[in-house]
Design a protein around this ligand. Structure first.
Ligand code: B4P
Length: 191
C-alpha cells in the first residue's frame, strides 16, 4: 500500500489537489471534512454534534474523527493506498492513524505540506463561500478562527512526522496545475 497525507491550512488547496491526485494514482480519497459534511447533510447525531464545532471554526473532537477514519479504513481493505486529506489535524490523530495503519501492516510514505500565506487563504475561502453555501466559508471571523486552530493544534502534526523525516514542504501558491506537478514529482520519487 502507498499512503500519503496532504497537509496544509484551511484553503491551501488540499481538496482541490486531492481530486486530481486520486484520478492519477487511483488512491482512495479520505477527507474528514467531506465525511463530516456528509454526516451533517444526513442530520445524523454525529453530524449534528460536528456542526456545532465547524460553524465556530473549531476542530471537531479527536474521538469523533478517529472513529470515522477507523471505519473508513475497514470499509476499503483492497485499495492500492489512501490519500488522507484534512486528517490528521492534531498530534493525537496522527498517533492514532499510525496505530491503525500498523494493524494493516502499512504506514505513511510521505506528508506533503502546502504552504500558503494567511491573506491568500482568507481570500480563497471567502471566494469559495460565495458559491459553496458552506457556513464556515462565509464569515471572515470564522475563517480566521480556523486558521488559528491550524496554528495552535494542527502545525504539531508536521512536527510529529518530521521526527521520521516524512515531511516535504511545497509552494501552495501559483496555478493549480503547477502545484499539482510539484506534488506528483514528489510522489513519483517514492513510488
Ligand atoms: P476541510 O473540509 O478539511 O476543509 P478546508 O481545510 O477548509 O479546505 P481545503 O484546504 O481542502 O480547501 P481547498 O484548499 O481545496 O475542513 C472543514 C472543517 O471540518 C474544519 O474547519 C474542521 O472544523 C472540520 N474537520 C475536518 N477534518 C477534521 C479533523 N481531522 N479533525 C477535526 N476537525 C476536522 O479549497 C479552498 C479554495 O481555494 C477553493 O475554492 C479552491 O478553488 C481554491 N484554490 C485551491 N487551489 C488554488 C490555487 N492554487 N490558486 C487559487 N485558488 C485555489
Amino acid at each position: 500500500m502507498f499512503n500519503i497525507i496532504l497537509f496544509g491550512p484551511p484553503g491551501s488547496g488540499k481538496g482541490t489537489q486531492s481530486t486530481k491526485l486520486i484520478e492519477k494514482y487511483g488512491l482512495k480519497h479520505l477527507s474528514t471534512g467531506d465525511l463530516l459534511r456528509s454526516e451533517i447533510a444526513q442530520q445524523t447525531p454525529l453530524g449534528l454534534e460536528a456542526k456545532n464545532f465547524i460553524d465556530k471554526g473549531q476542530l471537531v473532537p479527536d474521538e469523533v474523527v478517529i472513529g470515522m477514519i477507523s471505519t473508513a479504513l475497514e470499509t476499503h481493505p483492497d485499495v492500492p493506498g489512501f490519500l488522507f486529506d484534512g486528517f490528521p489535524r492534531t498530534a493525537t490523530q496522527a498517533e492514532a492513524l499510525d496505530k491503525l495503519l500498523q494493524l494493516k501492516k502499512t504506514s505513511i510514505a510521505v506528508m506533503l505540506a502546502l504552504d500558503v500565506s494567511e491573506e491568500e487563504l482568507v481570500k480563497r475561502l471567502l471566494k469559495r463561500g460565495e458559491s459553496s453555501g458552506r457556513s464556515d466559508d462565509t464569515n471572515e471571523t470564522v475563517i480566521r478562527s480556523r486558521i488559528e486552530e491550524y496554528e495552535t493544534k494542527t502545525r504539531a502534526v508536521a512536527d510529529y512526522y518530521n521526527q521520521f523525516s516524512k515531511v516535504v514542504h511545497l509552494k501552495g501558491e501559483g496555478s493549480i496545475d503547477e502545484i499539482f506537478n510539484s506534488i506528483c514529482a514528489e510522489i513519483d520519487k517514492r513510488k
